[in-house]
Design a protein around this ligand. Sequence first.
Ligand code: WTA
Length: 651
Amino acid sequence: MSDQIESILHEARVFPPPAEFSAQANVKAEDYQRMMEKAASDHVGFWADLAREKISWHTPFTVTLDDSNAPHYRWFSDGQLNVSYNCLDRHLAEREEKTAIIFESDAGDVTTYTYKELFDEVGRFANALKNLGVQTGDRVIIYMPMIPQAVIAMQACARIGAIHSVVFGGFSAEALKDRIHDAGAKVVITADGGRRGGKVVPLKAAVDQALESGGHCVEKVVVYQHTGEAVEMKATRDLWWHEAERGMPDYCDPVMVDSEHPLFLLYTSGSTGKPKGIQHSSGGYLLNAIITNEWVFDLKDEDIFWCTADVGWITGHTYVAYGPLALGKTIVMFEGVPTYPDAGRFWQMCERHGVTVFYTAPTAIRALMKFGDEIPNQYDLSKLRLLGTVGEPINPEAWMWYYRVIGKERCPIVDTWWQTETGAHMIAPLPGITPLKPGSCTLPLPGIDAAVVDEAGNEIPHGNGGYLVIRKPWPSMLRTVWGDDQRYVDTYWAKFNNRYYVAGDSARRDEDGYFWIMGRIDDVLNVSGHRLGTMEIESALVAHEQVAEAAVVGRPHEVKGEAIVAFVVLKGEIPTGSQRDALVQTLRNWVAKEIGPIAKPDDIRFGSNLPKTRSGKIMRRLLRAIARGERITQDTSTLENPQILEQFMQK
Ligand code: WTA
């Protein structure tokens, strides 16, 4: 892999934290020192202390880390708790009237929920789920717009120990179906539709389509009435959210579960066709969710925290639905898109709600940066005190724009590296302490033993690229791939004999030990901060009746990070002219239908075969070069069929 991990960035600028920020930060230099020392000398004790301090346990744990069946680690395994209790009940005495959620709809209407109101909503809906027969351990699919009911549904599941799996509302019926089947879900919670950028997203119709072919265990579909559009309701299967809640009391006893009880599954792309159900625990997950909101986002009681991620992604779990609520803080939720009604929407909302801590993705920053400084300059952004990014490496130019135009050179930027699998931030600055370098996620958090290693698993000298690994278990690590322990071991542990967690990213450290993420080493693309497996898109293409074979690669893209390029071999002749254009459109729409619009190839090329080695392996290296429009300088002597490169070079 050495050719792809040459270090790419040479960024010399350093931004130390402003003194006023450091003075008020949750983590100060002396705390950091103490934590780093404790974690180094007693890794397990470090986590035990935090778990006792931050979580309200029903039954305190006595075993901190059980590594007897590594890499199936278990944390706080004899402890019992309820995550929803930790997010709601425990705040009532002090924060009943405090705002938990400020929600702004696509159209701009604002609704707020206090902690007491949210507590009642969650209790009522949890009772409704129980009444429908949902029991501890049952799987519930949540396919919702980005509205408070999505969080209420997640919290209600947590309250009764049901395992939720949120499916991003932008995924298609096909993708939803796969997840419903794989999770063995008993109930699906959805809405009639969502609204994004003035358009209605018909969610209920997608659920109907996903369930149509049968072969699943879904007994009930609960539909929240949100847009008021007409939807079909199946008499014995479907019921409205408000009907399900009729007569239900507001209070629902939280079910105390073992710390290892799965809180949720979240499907993510891997390097094979089938998405993996990443399984997270209750206690361990909650702990890292809490501490990272406290340490990295520096959340205070007065803060208004807006993480723009949808609850369909891990970021929307840890930094919307769970972490900030477990800390009793106020969050903003937004149903719409950053460019509707215009590209000032984010900044207008920051002004309107007095957002103090703002967390978004580099792709959004790049997209908004293109509209210039005038738009953000029209809004009062003076309440902002801290900015964050996640999802992909941020290019220094976008970092500087964010820093200068949004943060007015006042706000530190926390560039947070983590994954669906890690549950919470792993490598990220502590905003009161860590000097920032644009484009680097800086240093591992206390208790996180991240390293860059070579093929043999040895740490690499600073300056060179290698595999990003985590060498010690941490509480919010994934527990397994749902229903597939072997895939868990093979994907994340096998490479270094189960000693290290393998993130699937390459990285290098600079002379200060700072981490610079260089990208994925597996066949996973990062399109607008969303992970998409090339295999997943290939399987979708091959499922089309005209397609014989397909290979998908990424190409750098100014806004999206990566664009998707598909190389397709057809069963019949390659069409020409307008027929060719029509087929390209058909295939693009086909992939959107199979997976979701985010997976639509930007570019489709046809050829009579894929470039393969004599042993039949697809030469993705070559395809990547073609996708980038580069001249082929690589050795093609191992290629079975060199002439087809010419075909693929034609658009
Ligand atoms: C990438 C999102 C560089 C990385 C939380 C990782 C990043 C994948 C960063 C996980 C960052 C995430 N800098 N790259 N700050 N954050 N990534 O599971 O390739 O959707 O492996 O989790 O996104 O994506 P996921």
